[in-house]
Write a protein of this length. Structure first.
Length: 259
């Protein structure tokens, strides 16, 4: 199982149109960026926890895929608690480090905010086939076909790069040059992979241009992407959840706009 290449499993969320899931994720992200408060982010996180079982991801898959988000959220929370703006009663004073009630509240808000923005994006990627996403972006969102096809090709290359990385590691071990110097080994292997990526990307770009993928003429698509009533309902429910979170935060007085 990989952090990057999705393994699509049949689930309720996986059957939703990718554009609908993308709209909900962007709506949540843009809204939560406008404020740093516990209430709005907490409501979004609570709804997200309720919906996670419908994603079709096992506990191990969910843990592996969200681990970077969780680690980043925890580190941001700790840093904010230790070095954030001091407000309210002092809870801990240790030299230059002062932890107050205000800094702890801000740290919790940062933690929930990162989780509320990051985890839905991970679930979106883990439950969406890249080709389906490209179809929906080109046919429904009306994005330029050249951009969509280029992004799809680049995403498909990620799996090949991961295989190249593993092959490079095995080759170096077979030659007996991978036992020492982990930092140096990583840098050398990363440089080699970069060369592979540039070469393969150039060849793929040339091949796509030769086959007419870079033309400006209207394109036809093998698979039709449509928004069904269920997809519209998902977007409406997502908008209602975000609106309820913002309204609740404003009513209780915890809304703290960034701008």
């Amino acid at each position: 199982m990989s952090l990057v290449v999705p393994e699509i499993r049949r689930s309720w969320i996986a059957t939703v149109n990718p554009l609908a899931k993308l709209v909900v994720s962007l709506l949540v992200a843009v809204t939560l960026v406008l404020s740093i408060d516990v209430v709005s982010a907490g409501i979004v996180v609570a709804v997200m926890v309720v919906l996670l079982p419908f994603a079709g991801l096992s506990a191990r898959q969910l843990a592996v895929r969200t681990s970077p988000i969780v680690v980043s959220a925890v580190l941001a929370c700790i840093a904010t608690a230790l070095y954030g703006v001091d407000e309210g009663a002092t809870l801990l004073a240790l030299g230059p480090v002062t932890v107050t009630v205000g800094s702890v509240g801000l740290a919790v808000a940062i933690l929930l905010r990162v989780l509320a923005v990051g985890v839905p994006a991970v679930v979106l990627f883990a439950t969406t086939d890249p080709t389906d996403l490209a179809d929906s972006l080109a046919q429904l969102a009306k994005l330029p076909a050249r951009f969509v096809l280029g992004a799809l090709a680049a995403l498909r290359l990620v799996g090949l790069l991961l295989e190249d990385w593993e092959a490079l590691g095995l080759a170096r071990r077979a030659r007996g040059v991978a036992d020492r110097g982990r930092v140096r080994r990583f840098l050398v292997q990363a440089g080699t992979l970069l060369v592979f990526a540039v070469r393969r990307g150039g060849k793929l770009a040339t091949a796509m241009e030769a086959r007419g993928f870079g033309g400006d003429a209207p394109r036809s698509w093998a698979r039709r992407s449509v928004l069904r009533p269920r997809d519209v309902a998902v977007m409406v429910v997502g908008a209602l959840v975000v609106a309820a979170a913002v309204t609740t935060a404003v009513v209780v007085g915890s809304w703290r706009p960034v701008l």
